[in-house]
Design a protein around this ligand. Structure first.
Ligand code: GUN
Length: 301
């Protein structure tokens, strides 16, 4: 039987833990933690993500303050806002929603953040602490994936792990965390030769490339743990016919609704082979938000 790694249930557990931590602080006479969320422009997906993050703040008792700026905001104005939030003692965490509109330099903004308020864990100081295996604010998605593995008694020690994708947000920090947990880690990417063969060696396979259905069932080693970080919307029926060949219900939904969410892994195919797997939706997506709440509480402490 394949174990379904239920991200929703685990996110609920993580959020309940954060809520208890916040309540405890308040009971001891402290103010609640405060997260400043900076959202620039009108990217619809970013608005959806920010709404979710603000809702999770409300659920856990964290105060959130939204700063919405127009897409034409000059770099200097955005940087001035970050400097103000850095020095504001009422703000514990700062989240700058990515991607920023064209013309704005995200790296420069992220490097400007006070590392102690960098709840995304994207600042070079926090990246460096992770590299050294020291405590710091760590990127939410890979931290939450590690927490999901732990909650299911899956120990990476001694395993072969393959991480597909080399982003600063997921791929690289995920590889470091698996390495810290004593896995033997390979980072694969678009230039890797024989991706299917490499993936078939993985006891733990993490897909974080943003390409719907890229990982086929035949790429998965029998019994492997598959973590699918991808959240992609598929609207192309021809593509859907290929990636949902083993999932007629999903294909029917795509045809009926004109679009459907799909991970980087062909879930229906992979679930037949894997020992454990995260679904999309209902897998890693909700965990990222829960990780952010945990980081905000940590930054406040
Ligand atoms: N956009 C997509 N994912 C993320 C994330 O984890 N953090 C931020 N700030 N923006 C994102």
């Amino acid at each position: 039987m394949t174990l379904i790694l239920d991200g929703k249930a685990h996110a609920e557990r993580m959020l309940a833990e954060v809520a208890a931590g916040v309540a405890d602080r308040i009971a001891r006479g402290h103010r609640p933690p405060c997260l400043a969320v900076v959202l620039v422009g009108e990217d619809p997906a970013s608005h959806v993500y920010v709404r979710g993050k603000v809702a999770d703040c409300a659920r856990t008792g964290i105060r959130s303050v939204e700063h919405r700026l127009p897409a034409e905001t000059p770099q200097a104005d955005l940087e001035a806002l970050v400097r103000t939030l850095n020095t504001d003692p009422a703000v514990d965490g700062i989240l700058v929603q990515l991607p920023l509109p064209a013309g704005l330099d995200a790296k420069r903004v992220l490097h400007l953040l006070d590392p102690a308020k960098d709840v995304d864990g994207f600042h070079p100081v926090n990246q460096g602490l992770l590299l050294e295996g020291l405590p710091g604010l760590r990127p939410c998605t890979p931290s939450a994936c590690m927490s999901l593995l732990k909650a299911h008694g899956i120990d990476p020690k001694g395993t072969r792990a393959v991480v597909l994708g080399r982003s600063e947000i997921v791929g690289k920090p995920m590889a470091l965390m698996l390495l810290e947990a004593h896995a033997t880690v390979t980072i694969a990417h678009s230039r890797t030769r024989d991706l299917p063969g490499l993936c078939r060696e993985a006891d733990i396979l993490v897909a974080a490339v943003g390409r719907p259905g890229m990982v086929e069932g035949s790429w998965v080693k029998p019994g492997a743990v598959v973590i699918d970080v991808g959240i992609n919307r598929v609207e192309d029926v021809a593509l859907g016919e290929r990636i949902f060949a083993a999932d007629p219900a999903r294909l029917a939904t795509l045809k009926a609704k004109g679009g459907v969410l799909c991970g980087d892994v062909r879930y229906a195919e992979a679930a037949l082979v894997a020992g454990a797997i995260t679904p999309v939706p209902g897998g890693v997506g909700l965990l990222t938000r829960a990780g952010l709440m945990a980081n905000t509480l940590q930054a406040c402490r």
